[in-house]
Write a protein that binds this ligand. Structure first.
Ligand code: ADP
Length: 204
């Protein structure tokens, strides 16, 4: 098990995935909350079985996978269904996150959580790393990556914590407003720092 867990977050388009990919190349185990939240409702899971029992098989797409859009529409207009779904998924996600954290073997591991600040899980990690860019950069990079309209990106940003709220809980900040080589220098420096923290914990 890794002795030290770094939680990573940032708003849409800030560069979380780019940053965690760079740490993964340094052999740091990455636990991705987005992937876990999809895995717990994959075909054959008890999560998906419970959802089908509750909402009927119409909630599946033709490939027997969860139709996320249909589910989103249901919970958008039905508070009770939303609470039911949260009560089902949160423990499953928590359990799987814990399992992967226990299984991590790198000196320290990273837990990437898009809503780390919003859902309070920054309190459960040893260190919080925020990937930060100006909002205008979030918009341009997300639009280019997702081929999405500016209004959509801005509405997602409005539903997330503000830049200021994220920076307030940060122990470390990566400024990703520059180019990829500037990013990689910051990643290397933080990697050395996190190795030292992990060593100190291992020796204590
Ligand atoms: P997030 O996971 O936070 O939504 P991504 O890592 O997907 O963000 O980055 C958003 C987009 O910006 C991607 O297309 C990525 O390749 C690009 N990107 C990330 N960092 C940089 C950078 N320093 N310079 C230029 N483009 C970048």
């Amino acid at each position: 098990m890794s002795q030290f867990v770094v939680g990573v977050s940032g708003g849409i388009g800030s560069g979380k995935t780019t940053v965690t990919n760079a740490f993964a190349k340094l052999n740091v185990d990455i636990i991705d909350a987005d992937v876990i939240s999809r895995d717990v409702v994959a075909p054959g899971t008890k999560g998906l079985r419970a959802i089908v029992e509750k909402f009927g098989s119409g909630i599946l797409d033709q490939g027997q996978c969860l139709n996320r859009r249909a589910l989103r529409e249901i919970i958008f207009s039905d508070e009770q269904a939303k609470s039911w779904l949260n009560a089902l998924l949160h423990p499953l996600i928590r359990q799987e996150t814990l399992r992967q954290t226990m299984d991590a073997t790198s000196a320290y591991c990273m837990l990437s959580v898009p809503l780390l600040v919003e859902n309070g899980s920054y309190k459960n990690v040893d260190r919080v790393l925020i990937v930060d860019v100006p909002e205008s950069t979030q918009v341009t990079r997300s639009m280019a990556r997702d081929k999405a309209e500016e209004a959509l990106i801005k509405s997602i940003m409005a539903s997330q914590a503000s830049r200021q709220q994220r920076l307030e809980v940060a122990d470390d900040v990566i400024d990703n407003s520059g180019n990829e080589s500037e990013l990689s220098k910051q990643v290397l420096a933080l990697h050395q720092r996190y190795l030292q923290f992990a060593n100190a914990v291992a020796q204590s």
